[in-house]
Design a protein around this ligand. Structure first.
Ligand code: NAP
Length: 487
């Protein structure tokens, strides 16, 4: 039987546009640094969409990543007209790579308005939940709805990962940025879990910022951040903002970490305009490969490659077109790669050194139930109806239909604002989707599914229902938010 290779098996996806060029550059540098890797080349992206595979990812690519547990990926194009899904999103979802990690560190020789301020932080973004679960509906042809899903389990995983990264990199503080002031249940859950998790990391400071202020702080005083953790969409937006502080997307590396497999990639896309012209800058993918090597525990090799990159940028003798400027002649991808290889073994003169340890991935129960309520009490039901009937007419008509059911119509709202009874005289500009909120008559009543089914039939005689949500109290706490104007 053949002996098991001592080399790391890594799935390599060259990708589209400039992908194969930047991937070849990274392979050449890693080979010159004698990193023990055996690449397994597999495909995803444009070429796969063109074969009619709607996910953009071949089954053998999935199989390879499942086996190697680690992939380095070039950018993937989502061609318009072939398939609906992004191949990138397919890969992230397939392997539940829940942690998107984006280091943001000032680079030597890359001039930005922030140069010299010592920007050095890590954005940790939840990568699979939130609005990006992609569950959307048109409730009426003119009213769209998306579900924002935030779970205790998902929040705990990403918050622990943020603290583990802080520990591994000797960082002092983790900042959680949320919109918990408005979104009490979703963003609020994330903030509460963050605060709970922080107790297990007493040596690391923690604080919270409202995410809009965080965006403002990031532009005004980015040096205050050390590690930042956010839900998916907030993290998506702020991590791109953060990249701009250090030179732009072309310099931004990323890791997508999961319990099974992890995928490392540059943040930029396939830049088709410069593809095949020996113009692409491989910095972001090379830096992503450094993150990959640290994930694999190859700390010395990672430092050597990072140092060669820093020295090459610091010297500024050979730079690709996007970096050269101020009268310097631009060089090609190949010349830049040769320079990186030449600089292996050198150390940057003026760049503060950071000690990295391998990040310990959080171990969290995969049990689907992460919180159990001792008592669950039905409080009522929200029925969304597609109607443009004036609430002053609809309300009394619906009240007449309730009859013997153990419920009362508490109110009607339109886009979250109470419009019936309109005792506060709220002015609104209604749309053709209203929410009827029914509450149980008194606390002793128990509401059954049969009651709700009967209510739906009765309401349906006035207006077609499109969506139903039960209202509960878990252990005495209301599990639904109030409308604007609701008591
Ligand atoms: P992009 O590919 O990032 O390119 C935008 C511009 O940034 C390029 O035209 C180029 O500017 C510059 N650029 C980006 N990376 C560079 C590099 N390594 N070296 C030098 N310059 C670089 O964004 P896009 O044009 O919006 O997207 C193109 C395709 O990529 C789309 O199909 C998109 O879906 C896909 N995409 C994939 C990923 C991914 O796989 N993770 C991410 C983003 C986008 P100049 O034109 O000035 O040279």
């Amino acid at each position: 039987m053949a002996a098991k290779s001592s080399k790391h098996q890594i799935t390599l996806i060259p990708g589209d546009g400039i992908g194969p060029e930047v991937v070849a550059a990274v392979q050449a540098v890693l080979a010159a640094a004698e990193v023990p890797i055996e690449w397994e080349e597999r495909h995803a992206g444009a070429s796969v969409f063109k074969k009619g595979v709607a996910s953009g990812v071949l089954p053998e690519t999935i199989e390879s990543i499942r086996r190697t547990k680690c992939a380095l990926k070039g950018p993937l194009e989502t061609p318009v007209g072939f398939g609906e899904k992004s191949a990138n999103v397919t890969l992230r979802k397939y392997f539940e790579t829940y942690g998107n990690i984006r280091p943001v560190r000032e680079l030597p020789g890359i001039r930005t308005p922030y140069s010299g301020r010592g920007i050095d932080f890590v954005v940790v973004r939840e990568n699979v939940e939130d609005l990006y679960a992609g569950i959307e509906y048109l409730q009426t042809p003119g009213v769209a709805q998306a579900l924002k899903i935030v779970t205790r389990k998902g929040s705990e995983k990403i918050c622990r990962l943020a603290f583990e990264i802080a520990r591994a990199e000797g960082r002092k503080k983790v900042t959680c940025a949320t919109k918990a002031n408005i979104l009490k249940f979703t963003e609020g859950l994330f903030k509460r879990v963050f605060e709970e998790v922080s107790k297990d990391y007493p040596e690391i400071a923690h604080d919270h910022q409202i995410v809009d202020n965080c965006a403002h702080q990031m532009v005004m005083r980015p040096e205050q951040f050390d590690v930042l953790v956010m839900t998916n969409m907030n993290g998506d937006i702020l991590s791109d903002l953060a990249s701009a502080l250090i030179g732009g997307l072309g310099f931004a590396p990323s890791a997508n970490l999961g319990d099974g497999a992890s995928i490392f990639e540059a943040v930029h896309g396939s830049a088709p305009q410069i593809a095949g012209k020996d113009m692409a800058n491989p910095t972001a993918l090379l830096h992503s490969s450094v993150l990959m090597l640290r994930h694999l525990g190859e700390m010395k090799k990672a430092d050597a490659i990072e140092n060669s990159l820093l020295v090459t940028l610091e010297d500024g003798n050979i730079l690709t077109a996007d970096m050269a400027g101020g009268g310097r002649e631009p060089s090609g991808t190949k010349a830049f790669t040769k320079e990186l290889i030449k600089n292996l073994g050198a150390a940057p003169k003026s760049y503060p050194r950071r000690e990295y340890k391998k990040v310990r991935m959080p171990e969290i129960s995969h049990d689907a139930v992460s919180v159990k309520a001792k008592e669950t009490r039905p409080m009522g039901v929200d029925i969304f109806v597609a109607t443009a009937i004036d609430p002053g007419v609809l309300g009394p008509a619906v009240e007449k239909l309730i009859g013997d059911l153990p419920l009362r119509l508490a109110q009607i709202s339109n886009r979250g604002t109470k419009v019936y009874p309109n005792d506060l005289g709220i002015e609104s500009d209604p749309v053709d989707c209203a929410r009827l909120r029914f509450k149980v008559n008194n606390h002793g009543d128990t509401l059954t599914d049969k009651d709700i089914a009967e209510l739906l039939l009765r309401v349906g005689t006035q207006a077609p229902w499109v969506h139903v949500e039960k209202l509960f109290k878990y252990d005495g706490q209301a599990a639904f938010t109030k409308d604007q104007g609701e008591d």
